[in-house]
Design a protein around this ligand. Structure first.
Ligand SMILES: [Ca+2]
Ligand SMILES: [Ca+2]
Ligand SMILES: [Ca+2]
Ligand SMILES: [Ca+2]
Length: 268
């Protein structure tokens, strides 16, 4: 079939429309921040050999996991933990990405940590049945749109169980954004192959446009509860992604498609 005889038929027009609709779905996910990489391992020594990769707003850096301190601490925690080993280790439940934290947004009553730069170097490497919460603090970039979708992902590479043959031990994972629970509880049980599938939320869950930019102490909190004989779970990586709906692209593509058809028509 030569171009001279080309006429878009119903099928071809529907393909163009389908393509445009498909591209209007969320795409172009970007990592806002990440601690650790999905390699089924960790840097858990708490020393100054920073073996774990991390990422913040497109820039990579390195961090060091520290053995958990066994306690749950209250907000705001410290942005200046110094790591270390054995009884000298210093760590807590609160990890701070670089930013400024002056305004409490969860309705609570505590004194935020102020301006933090650079990113904190140490993070707690595991949850245990007594030390079972983790929090990540960050500012919400002003570039994020209300229609964007946040996806929180977390993975653990090991769930220690008192009873080695038990297949009904693990942790229940609940996610909170600025103190409000998001989505449903998900189970972690490596022996049963149960991994968390991630949670999604929107800018509104982070206070909307009024609380974008520096100053606001936004945080994501993982609260867990052991079941069966689980004693700990080691963090593989944790990540927050944002994906955009870009209807402009689909409109543009549709116009390009239409223009292309016009061009082809003119060749007749
Ligand atoms: Ca993994
Ligand atoms: Ca702790
Ligand atoms: Ca800390
Ligand atoms: Ca890892």
């Amino acid at each position: 079939m030569g171009l001279n005889h080309y006429r878009p038929d119903v099928m071809q027009i529907s393909v163009i429309i389908t393509l445009a609709v498909t591209l209007s779905l969320p795409s172009g996910a970007a990592v806002l921040w990440r601690i650790g990489s999905d390699d089924g391992d960790q840097d858990g020594l708490g020393d100054t050999n920073f073996n774990d990769s991390a990422e913040f707003n497109g820039a990579g850096f390195n961090v060091s996991g520290v053995q958990e301190n066994g306690n749950r601490n209250v907000l705001p925690g410290s942005a200046f933990n110094t790591g270390g080993t054995n009884n000298n280790r210093d760590t807590d439940d609160d990890y701070y990405f670089a930013g400024s934290y002056f305004t409490v947004v969860d309705g609570g009553n505590y004194n935020p940590v102020g301006t933090i730069f650079p990113n904190e170097s140490y993070y707690e490497r595991a949850i245990t049945n007594s030390d079972r919460n983790m929090r990540w603090h960050f500012n919400v970039p002003e570039s994020i749109a209300e229609s964007d979708t946040f996806t929180f992902s977390i993975d653990f590479y090991q769930v220690d169980q008192q009873n080695a043959v038990s297949n009904s031990s693990g942790f229940e994972l609940n996610l909170f954004v600025d103190g409000v629970q998001i989505g449903d509880m998900q189970r972690l049980n490596k022996r049963r192959g149960q991994d968390p599938e991630g949670w999604q939320f929107t800018l509104d869950d982070l206070g909307g446009p009024a609380q974008q930019g520096p100053g606001f102490d936004h945080y994501i909190e993982l609260r867990t509860m052991p079941f069966g004989s689980a004693r700990w779970a080691s963090l593989d990586y944790v990540q927050l992604e944002v994906s955009s709906e870009i209807p402009e692209v689909s409109s543009t593509l549709f116009l390009i498609g239409a223009a292309g058809l016009g061009f082809i028509r003119r060749r007749r």
